[in-house]
Design a protein around this ligand. Structure first.
Ligand code: GRF
Length: 190
């Protein structure tokens, strides 16, 4: 199975997927990383790990749909079977979603359906919940709402702040994202 990844930020989830492929538990290859921000951490990780990377700078596209069309062409040329949004900080449209039905996975730092959208960690802290976590799910047109593949729960600890809680959620994301990719691939095989 050939994977295409999309990232906008630090890229720690991207690296976790590459390592899971290389170390064995995930039987897949990362064919390509697409980033939308020049010099983001994910791009530097791709260079270090020897993964092909392509920049599609969202500021150079007239609309979300035009960016999504470029993503489709890029991933089709790379021959990818499954796409993983590993910290892609842009809303994708039905243009991309309908081009890859059941083949688009996202990771979100909350136990969906709680705390959709931006700053899910901050939302959980503000709500005063004792338990939050992360969710890997298939992407559907409604943001952060597609079928759940895998979730991990993360308790809030005494003295937690945004940084400490986000770091613990991240560690769980790195565990569940490879599992979710394997599950999404199994669904495709029927
Ligand atoms: C993760 O928390 C993910 O859930 C969210 O964006 C963050 C990306 O982190 N969608 P990283 O770039 O993989 O380190």
């Amino acid at each position: 199975m050939r994977l295409g990844l999309m990232a906008s930020g630090d890229g720690s989830n991207f690296e976790a997927v590459v390592r899971a492929c290389r170390q064995g538990p995930l039987r897949a290859d990362v064919a390509l990383l697409v980033v939308n921000k020049p010099e983001c951490g994910a791009m530097q990780r791709a260079d270090r790990l020897g993964v092909p990377v392509q920049l599609l700078d969202h500021r150079l596209f007239a609309s979300r749909e035009a960016l999504d069309q470029a993503l489709i062409e890029t991933f089709r040329s790379a021959g990818v079977d499954l796409i993983v949004m590993a910290g892609w900080m842009r809303i994708v449209t039905t243009v991309l979603i309908e081009a890859f039905p059941e083949r688009l996975v996202n990771i979100h730092p909350s136990l969906l359906p709680s705390f959709r959208g931006v700053d899910a960690v901050g939302q959980a802290l503000a709500a005063g919940v004792r338990l939050t976590g992360c969710t890997a799910h298939l992407v559907t047109p409604e943001v952060d709402a597609g079928p759940v593949l895998v979730q991990a729960a993360v308790p809030l600890l005494e003295g937690d702040d945004h940084g400490s809680l986000a770091a613990r959620i991240h560690r769980q994301e790195h565990r569940i994202l490879p599992l979710a990719i394997a599950l999404a691939a199994a669904r495709l095989r029927g």
